[in-house]
Design a protein around this ligand. Sequence first.
Ligand code: GRF
Length: 201
Amino acid sequence: MLSIGVLVSGRGTNLQSIIDAIEGERLDASIKVVISNKADAPAIDRAGEHGIPVEVVTTEGFASRQAFDERLTGVLKSYGVELVVLAGFMRILSPGFIKAFPMRIINIHPALLPSFPGLDVQKKAIDYGVKLSGCTVHFVSEEVDTGPIILQTAVPVLDDDTPESLAQRILKEEHRIYPEAIRLFSEGKLEVKGRRVLIKK
Ligand code: GRF
């Protein structure tokens, strides 16, 4: 069974979708640890309610990004984590961290990459005037929001959308495709060829 570690900073609805998929036996994996860099993240309570160990690792007391990331690596390794799942983790990870888990860190982004990387992307999509947006699950590489794409789903952008209403429509799809991507990884079905991720039958 795949051992995963989930990194969070906020409300944790994607974490919840992974917990639900495991408890609903749609995903054969075990969340060994949830790590939050924010002491008051609501995601912490979600983990606690399901008996998942939580480690709060704030940036306080760390002299550098590298030192903080080394601590994260140490915690993840101590729990035997094989796949690192970023679920609303609001920090950029250093190259050293990414090298510690090669092709073993995944992220979900609320836009159709490579369109709209970065933050506030639902507003950016509306302001740009795109008719479709969506979400992307991808492997994490050293540059933000650029790693090989595992799964994407599109949703319409409606004339009366606000960033919040669009975010809500996208989030519903996130909760569906993130556990699905983890399942494909756990079953060894993802084959990375350069930028392409082929999904084995
Ligand atoms: C999601 O929209 C995700 O795509 C982005 O951050 C948000 C996290 O939401 N990376 P939650 O904490 O999982 O509810």
